[in-house]
Design a protein around this ligand. Structure first.
Ligand SMILES: [Zn+2]
Length: 418
């Protein structure tokens, strides 16, 4: 079936297809994948949805421990190592990086998933993609690059350069699409402004972001779109799971690639599905990566469960607002739940070049201070906006220009001093 048809199939047809593919995956992996043969002992495919909903979860900590206990691959590799083609790794929750390998088939699957992202962003074979990443061991930019080539677009690897050199290369290569973290798109805009470069004259018509939830925050997206004169698209993925979410032209959140993943939004405490409109943890099963599968993988990302009726015509489930935060990012200040993304959503409405959140503890109570590179008036207005929009007073502190760290990959703007 053609991808466009899959994206507009009825939710029932999509679910039926997911279950068929999941059962085919079980047939393929259970005889050979020691990790899941052990976890799913006693399960005999084909299974139904009720059985699926009772399958055990998989966690990152479990994968990391498994690999540490049986180096180098752990027991998660379905096939002998000779079958694997690509090597990537991700930072581990316990400090050990997690190695993740793909076979040719699994790598082709990554490239396939990326086509959904590109198509929804209006990227075609006429485009020139500038990838402003360092091309380290994280999988995202490699998959984006390979998928761009497969589409017939030109891939421009913007690694190993400072921001000014990247901007010069982007302009001289006449790039039409920027791929970067949302933070780095704003950083490039800052450097361009200082150097007197007009980004809206570069011909970039779309920016595609990953690595952080920022592009799903309207205030961040508006700033990026304004600076670049381009449409800003969000995308979500993880090395151990795959590229699973993308923004359509409606820009209201992330569509889940339900042709390649089973997505569940569950109450993190009970493991039960939350009703539409509620926030829960995103749990993913990938259907096309037999060489390195994950089943009911707890991403730790909080999302809002959305519907299947986007104005773009796609029926893939919507996660309104994209990734809301990490379950472990939650800060509770005087009884109010605050995620770093709620702070950023407000900060980006103001003229602030960089900021960070310092968590402290006073008399057993959590307190936050937001440090901003801005003028005093802006800091005061920002503190007022926090009170108004978060219903809690959060002091702001002005720090000198260029004194806060800048980030190319995942920004770390929360400093814990409790
Ligand atoms: Zn849509």
């Amino acid at each position: 079936m053609h991808k466009e048809d899959l994206e507009t199939a009825t939710p029932d047809a999509t679910r039926a297809r997911q279950l068929d593919r999941f059962n085919a995956l079980l047939d393929e992996i259970l005889p050979a994948n020691r990790f899941y043969a052990r976890k799913l002992a006693g399960i005999e495919p084909p299974i139904d949805w009720e059985t699926f909903a009772a399958l055990p979860f998989t966690t990152k900590a479990e994968l990391v421990e498994d690999q540490a206990a049986a180096p180098p691959l752990g027991t998660i590799a379905t096939y002998p190592r000779e079958r694997y083609l690509t090597y990537h790794q991700t930072s581990g929750t316990t400090g050990h990086p997690l190695m993740v390998l793909d076979t040719r088939e699994s790598w082709d699957w990554w490239i396939e998933c990326w086509q959904y992202i590109y198509r929804a962003a209006g990227v075609t074979d006429a485009d020139r993609l500038f990838l402003a990443f360092s091309f380290g061991p994280f999988i995202g930019f490699w998959a984006a690059h390979a998928a761009g080539l497969e589409l017939g677009a030109m891939g421009i690897p913007g690694g190993g350069l400072d921001s000014k050199a990247r901007l010069r290369m982007l302009a001289s290569a006449e790039a039409t699409v920027l791929l970067s973290t949302p933070t780095y798109a704003l950083r490039l805009a800052e450097v361009a402004r200082q150097a007197g470069i007009d980004l809206s004259a570069t011909g970039v018509h779309a920016t595609i972001h990953a690595g952080e939830p920022g592009a799903g925050i309207p205030a961040v997206r508006n700033r990026i779109e304004e600076a670049w004169g381009a449409r800003c698209f969000d995308h979500s993925g993880a090395t151990e799971v795959g590229a699973y979410g993308y923004t359509c032209a409606e820009q209201t959140g992330l569509h889940l690639i339900e042709s390649e993943f089973i997505g569940e939004v569950l109450d993190p405490a009970t493991g039960q599905a939350v009703p539409e409109g509620d926030v829960g943890e995103l749990v993913l099963t990938n259907l096309g990566r037999a060489g390195w599968p994950v089943i009911r993988y707890r991403t730790g990302d909080l999302v809002k469960a959305g519907g299947h009726d986007c104005a773009c015509g796609r029926t893939f489930q919507m996660l309104p607002g994209g990734l809301i935060g990490r379950a472990d990012d939650l800060m509770v200040v005087r009884g109010i739940n605050i995620y770093p993304s709620s702070i950023e959503a407000i900060v980006r409405d103001f003229d602030v070049d960089e900021f960070r959140i310092v968590r402290t503890r006073q008399q057993e109570m959590e307190e936050l201070v937001v440090e901003v590179e801005a003028v005093a008036d802006v800091a005061e207005a920002l503190a007022d906006a926090f009170s108004e929009r978060l219903a809690v007073r959060i002091p702001t502190k002005v720090v000198p220009a260029d004194s806060l760290p800048r980030f190319e990959l995942k920004a770390r703007r929360v400093v814990d001093e409790r």
